[in-house]
Design a protein around this ligand. Structure first.
Ligand SMILES: NC(=O)c1ccc[n+]([C@@H]2O[C@H](COP(=O)([O-])OP(=O)(O)OC[C@H]3O[C@@H](n4cnc5c(N)ncnc54)[C@H](OP(=O)(O)O)[C@@H]3O)[C@@H](O)[C@H]2O)c1
Length: 338
């Protein structure tokens, strides 16, 4: 079993966007029904609330720190070696957890540090994202390796990286990334990337495993939870659509990171023991893939969004072929630069 899957429970609780007033109630319920893995990030701006809620649950004797698996992520404005440990230590302090179980690089690009919560600083002269072209993720990784040695985090990994970037990182790292966390669901199955991770012993976590229904709807994408085939399978197995989607992920050896603000759904997403999708039904689900991404990061100012399958779709105008400094970024984005 991967160290990421504590107590054999192959699911993570997504902590993005939980309404402030519900944090304690939801976290407590999640722990009560068996979640141990909590997926957090500096960017979600709620680590202090999550930390208080987890701390209260520990004080109440519901769970011990050792049983929890707590993840945080290094934001893009913390990628410079000068800031990496600052952000890591700040997350540990806010989460009040002593150490992290997993620290991920949130995305494979760096922006300049202006303030802790300015994740997408805009250059006033150009009106575009103020990229930090001096910081390559491989430099960031070296500091994360030191942080691992110092016990600040048990494992380190990456998010929103593509295969080329993983190859690049693997070619120079001392400690291998233990996890890749990328958008993955039945409409975006990421088979080649998952195979690469499997071959390189990198655990695979998927965000938006239910196809992030609200974001999908708002951005005019198809809503996976309403797919007729998923519905038919749910009827056949007498479970819910979300349970079909989650079990597909687990049978495909992924750890889904599922978000919900609704106690009933928090339970529904973990409490189903006897469901194994048949090989025929797995192949039916295979057929749902359309390489359809929901998260395009197109809210970031000055990014040219290239709607290709490759997760590195952040083609910033600054990262053009004339920028030599951010080698990894430029090298691996070259085919996509327009
Ligand atoms: N690494 C990254 O860059 C990145 C990016 C995005 C997200 N993430 C992580 O992934 C987590 C999940 O992402 P996500 O929330 O976008 O995607 P998701 O888990 O696919 O979708 C969550 C949505 O599905 C609904 N939902 C949950 N359970 C349901 C159920 N049983 N039946 C019907 N609807 C259900 C929720 O609504 P209700 O709240 O009403 O239940 C919520 O709106 C985040 O919290 C975060 O931790 C990481």
């Amino acid at each position: 079993m991967s160290p990421v899957d504590r107590n054999g429970v192959k699911i993570g609780f997504g902590c993005f966007g939980i309404p402030e007033e519900s944090v304690y109630h939801l976290i407590r319920e999640a722990i009560n029904v068996g979640y141990r893995h909590f997926d957090c990030a500096a960017l979600y701006l709620n680590e202090d609330l999550i930390g208080k809620a987890l701390g209260k649950c520990i004080d109440e004797g519901l769970v011990s720190r050792d049983d929890l698996f707590i993840t945080s992520k290094l934001p893009m404005n913390g990628m410079s070696p000068k800031w990496v440990k600052y952000f890591l230590e700040k997350s540990i302090k806010n989460l009040d957890c002593g150490y992290l179980d997993l620290y991920l690089i949130h995305a494979p690009f760096a922006v300049k540090y202006i303030a802790d919560d300015q994740f997408y600083p805009v250059n006033p002269e150009t009106g575009k994202l103020d990229a930090d072209l001096n910081t390559d993720y491989k430099i960031t990784w070296k500091i994360l390796e030191q942080a691992c040695d110092e016990g600040l985090t048990r494992t380190i990994g990456v998010s929103n990286f593509n295969e080329n970037q993983l190859i690049d990182l693997l070619s120079s790292c001392r400690i291998k990334p233990s996890v890749l966390q990328n958008e993955t669901h039945c409409y975006l199955q990421q088979k080649a990337l998952r195979l690469f991770c499997h071959q390189n012993e990198i655990s695979y976590q998927s965000f938006a495993p239910l196809g992030s229904p609200k974001t999908a709807q708002e951005s005019g994408h198809n809503v996976l939870l309403s797919d007729p085939i998923v519905y038919q399978l749910a009827e056949k197995y007498r479970v819910t659509c979300s349970q079909i989607l989650i079990r597909w992920q687990q049978q495909m050896n992924m750890t889904p990171i599922v978000g919900s603000d609704n106690v009933k759904q928090v339970r529904e997403n973990i409490m189903f023991a006897d469901l194994t999708l048949s090989p025929e039904d797995l192949s039916t689900i295979d057929g749902l893939n359309r390489d359809e991404r929901i998260f395009y990061f197109d809210h970031i100012p000055g990014l040219t969004v290239t709607k290709l399958l490759d997760p590195v779709l952040f083609i910033h105008d600054n990262f053009d072929s004339h920028s030599q400094l951010n080698h990894s970024m430029v090298n691996h984005c070259q085919p996509l630069i327009n």
